[in-house]
Design a protein around this ligand. Structure first.
Ligand code: GTP
Ligand code: MG
Length: 581
């Protein structure tokens, strides 16, 4: 992949204007596409036969190798509907397990992972296979407790003869669903030969895997089965970092309960003749409808949803939601409804990430850097959100002297009639056919971009200006807020309204420090030989010692940035001077 990235950069220098499809397509291929390279293990003729008989993939919705996010989502949703999630014994005999399941139908894919126990995701070839499997499943018989008889595709393997007690080690290959700790990863980063490689390696190690992506769609599908008790035609779709290409292993699972199929939206009324309409309850506003639906579904998830714990209904938020933990997958879930603008933001971020491989690597690196220093947090508060941070990276990339990505207005101008989208009066139109987008020949390396990113925001006039990715320009702040980032679609809103001055100061101070560190020869030269594990380059920027410096500074009165930098410079000089005693 690294080689691929450098080939792409080299290609960029040879052409004045590059076509998008020649450059992008790295990250999400890993998590969303890649079905042909998915782990498959032979379990005898059943699976082999299933593979051989599988119909050729429909490529009609792919363009020049690119597959639209929508089509990818439909494919993943469909796979999820044919999948089950099974809690297994840690010493389950894999072969016997698969042979047993294969009695119900051909298994297309499967994998194991660990999260409060060992689990298997098993995808069958047909939905009927799952139905047959569920028909044979029994209700558990437990003493002293009663069961809520809600049947789902979350199962437990109870047949002890499938447990191989002779085998102390399970031998099952588990697919990690969490990242390696950052301090361990810093050691690995230090062995890379360039900052570009460090950034690529960070992205590869932390981005969502194919298996994690499948698990996310499967959890949505399991949730849909609960919501379908009331709304049989609904779907539940993941959005945000689970699908926008910037998701890190362990990120939350944002879900959207899509009732458009039954809401009457986009349905044409007949102009004449008889027709029937449903009698329905009325509510004061769309928000009230969303709140009542989420309240009821939240209650069901709480009372009946196997594996769903800690359910909180946060219905008075700007965007009402139900938050809970899905224990079998380990995902923190946010279920929303009527949140179509967020779906559009997801598509937009996905598009930008696909345009050029540097976009994803830079976003990933900045997100990890921000997390390592406590600039972002999984707890809601006055922190900069990952979404805001991503928009900041996109804005920076639009502001290069040769822009790496186009403005949103340009993407809107390229849109065809089918791309037209107006949501609650907001123009959310932008091109979906990537092949129409022409990119400029910017050849900057990831290292240059990282350095420049820190410098850009170390000196950005946040007090006066707002960031606007629609125009690719800063503009005067329309309202008072420490950080103002115009919402790309609901343009009167500020996506970073929650950020307070202290958090913005910390971000700016960290940018100054990181920019300064990257300019020091000592920081950005790989350490060869015996000290190969000494932190350098990106690894230095992620070290916790940097956090301590900034945190303690928070307590003191903030001195001007230049003073701090002078201080750092002095300390470095002193360190480099030969010891006299
Ligand atoms: P992480 O969960 O932190 O990894 O990133 P995320 O991109 O998923 O962010 P988050 O879970 O906070 O939000 C999910 C999605 O909702 C984002 O990707 C956006 O598409 C959308 N979103 C979040 N915050 C805002 C906001 O302030 N305005 C708008 N328009 N959309 C938002
Ligand atoms: Mg999220």
């Amino acid at each position: 992949m690294r080689l691929f990235a450098s080939i792409l950069t080299a290609m960029a220098s040879s052409f004045a204007v590059c076509r998008l499809h020649m450059r992008g397509r790295v990250g999400l291929l890993k998590s969303l596409q890649k079905p042909d390279t998915f782990l498959q293990r032979s379990i005898g003729t059943d699976i082999v036969a299933a593979q051989a008989e599988a119909p050729p993939r429909d490529r009609s919705d792919e363009k020049d190798g690119y597959k639209f996010l929508h089509a990818l989502q439909v494919e993943r949703q469909e796979q999820a509907e044919r999948s089950v999630l099974i809690n297994c014994h840690s010493r389950t005999n894999e072969k016997k397990f698969l042979k047993y399941l294969s009695k119900h139908g051909d298994i297309k894919k499967y994998f194991f992972y660990e999260s409060y126990g060992l689990y298997a995701v098993v995808e069958f070839a047909k939905r009927e296979d799952v139905a047959s499997l569920l028909e044979r499943a029994v209700i558990p018989n437990v003493n002293h407790e009663s069961m809520v008889p809600f049947k789902s595709r979350l199962l437990s393997l109870r047949n002890l003869s499938l447990v191989d007690l002779s085998n102390q080690q399970s031998g099952l290959q588990c697919h990690p669903q969490t990242t390696i700790p950052i301090n361990e990863f810093i050691k690995r980063l230090s062995k890379e030969e360039s900052i570009d490689q460090q950034m690529t390696s960070l992205t590869e190690a932390y981005q969502l895997t194919e298996e994690n992506s499948r698990l996310r769609f499967l959890v949505c599908s399991l949730l849909k089965d609960i919501a379908a008790a009331y709304f049989p035609e609904c779907t539940i779709k993941p959005f945000g970092s689970s699908v926008n290409g910037f998701g890190k292993l362990g990120c939350d699972l944002d879900m959207f309960l899509d009732l458009d199929g039954i809401s009457g939206r986009n349905v044409k009324m007949p102009k004449s003749g008889l027709s029937l309409e449903y009698q329905m309850k009325r509510a004061n506003s769309e928000r009230a409808v969303t709140q009542s639906i989420l309240s009821v579904i939240g209650e069901c998830v709480d009372q009946f949803g196997p594996g769903c714990v800690g359910v909180q209904k946060i219905l008075n938020a700007r965007c009402p939601l139900v938050r809970f933990a899905h224990q079998p997958s380990g995902f923190q879930c946010d279920l929303t409804a009527n949140n179509r603008v967020a779906m559009k933001s997801t598509e937009l971020l996905y598009l930008y990430g696909e345009l050029d491989p540097r976009v994803r690597s830079l976003v990933f690196t900045v997100r990890c850097w921000a997390r390592a220093h406590g600039v972002t947090s999984s707890i809601p508060g006055a922190w900069i959100s990952n979404f805001s941070l991503t928009v900041m990276v996109l804005f920076f990339l639009q502001k290069r002297s040769i822009p790496i990505i186009p403005t949103l207005d340009h993407l809107r101008d390229l849109a065809g009639p089918a791309d037209k989208s107006v949501i609650e009066g907001n123009d959310c139109t932008f091109v979906s056919d990537f092949s129409k987008i022409q990119l400029k020949s910017n050849t900057e390396t990831l290292e240059q971009l990282l350095c420049e990113f820190f410098e850009f925001y170390a000196t950005f006039p946040f007090s006066r200006m707002s960031l606007n990715i629609r125009k690719g320009k800063e503009q005067n702040k329309p309202e008072v807020a420490p950080l103002h980032i115009q919402n790309p679609f609901e343009t009167s809103l500020n996506v970073s309204k929650n950020v307070n001055a202290t958090q913005l100061d910390r971000f700016v101070a960290l940018c100054q420090e990181s920019s300064w560190l990257l300019q020091q020869g000592e920081t950005n030269i790989p350490r060869g030989g015996a000290s190969m594990t000494a932190a350098w380059g990106l690894a230095t920027l992620l070290l916790p010692s940097q956090v301590a410096g900034i945190k303690s500074r928070k307590k003191r009165k903030l001195e001007p940035a230049s003073e701090r930098i002078k201080g750092l410079l002095e300390s470095l000089k002193n360190k480099n001077q030969p010891k006299t005693s």
